[in-house]
Design a protein around this ligand. Structure first.
Ligand code: DGL
Length: 284
């Protein structure tokens, strides 16, 4: 085959590969915050979303269990012939990203590092707060990522475990949620941070209340926006952005009843979820 023919062959192969969906997984509904930003940036992409709603929350589990679930979810998505995996879950990104990267040649993008980079770009006084699940905060993964970018930075982490069930329940505003947020965030509010990383997929759904409690002087970092940008850069760099004008496919898979996921998910995404299927994830 001459070089021109092989060039054509590569292009044809790339076009076929570009048609393959982006796979994205989270422990539940929170990863839709990441999906939404990816769809905003790359509306033509085919997408497969897996929400492990039967086993949520991950953020109170041991590292071994989180990694086991993450490997199983990754295996499920790889079976759907995806071209890139987005680990929308902060807990998995904090604990298991390197293990997952070793498992496959498909690019694997986590949400933690893009958020850490954005926090460093935002801070003026080098005092950054991070909120997340217990497992994420106790892993110190954000602390390591942020200080690897600027060792002079002070990082204050606070776990906010009740935020996840509140969001899963659809309680993204109202008095109860405001009280919980005030209780969790009062220490950070006093601590002279100028930037707060929403280090959990579910927390951008509480942005309004968190903003209200923290006050205007504090920049909230939503890792979802940054992660979408990184995904776009990787696909563009590899020539794998989908160019086809045919309507994209969006498929949602959940491991528990689709009803609640559909209700909260549609409200959050702002459009109908057409295809949703309950699946069993094979145990490794
Ligand atoms: N997806 C998880 C995260 O971003 C939050 C929900 C959970 O605990 O599973 O950390």
């Amino acid at each position: 085959m001459n070089s021109n023919q092989s060039g054509n062959c590569d292009r044809t192969q790339n076009n076929t590969f570009a048609e393959q969906p982006i796979g994205i997984f989270d422990s539940g509904i929170g990863g839709l915050t990441v999906l939404r930003e990816i769809l905003n940036l790359m509306p033509r992409e085919n997408m497969i979303y897996l929400g492990d709603t039967a086993r949520v929350p991950y953020g109170i589990r041991s590292s071994e269990t989180v990694t086991k679930y993450a490997m199983e979810n990754t295996e499920f998505l790889l079976g759907k012939k995806i071209k890139l995996i987005v680990v929308a879950c902060n807990t998995v990104s904090a604990i298991s990203l390197d293990t997952l990267k070793k498992k496959t040649d498909v690019p694997v993008v986590g949400v933690l590092f893009p958020g850490a980079e954005a926090a460093i770009r935002s801070t003026r006084n080098r005092r950054i707060g991070v909120i997340g699940t217990e497992t994420t905060i106790h892993s110190s993964a954000y602390h390591r990522a942020i200080t690897s970018l600027n060792p002079e930075t002070e990082v204050l982490g606070v776990p906010c475990p009740l935020f996840v069930p509140l969001v899963e329940e659809g309680w993204t505003d109202g008095e109860v949620t405001r009280k919980v947020a005030t209780r969790y965030l009062e220490g950070l509010k006093e601590s002279n941070i100028d930037t707060l990383v929403l280090g959990c997929t579910h927390y951008p759904l509480l942005k309004g209340i968190i903003n209200e409690v923290m006050g205007d002087g504090i920049t909230l970092i939503d890792s979802a926006v940054e992660t979408a940008r990184v995904v776009g850069e990787i696909l563009k760099g590899a020539g794998l952005l989908r160019k086809n004008d045919a309507p994209p496919e969006r498929k949602f898979f959940v491991t528990d009843s689709p009803d609640r996921f559909r209700k909260v998910g549609e409200r959050f995404l702002g459009h109908k979820i057409e295809y949703i299927e309950k699946v069993e994830i094979p145990v490794i």
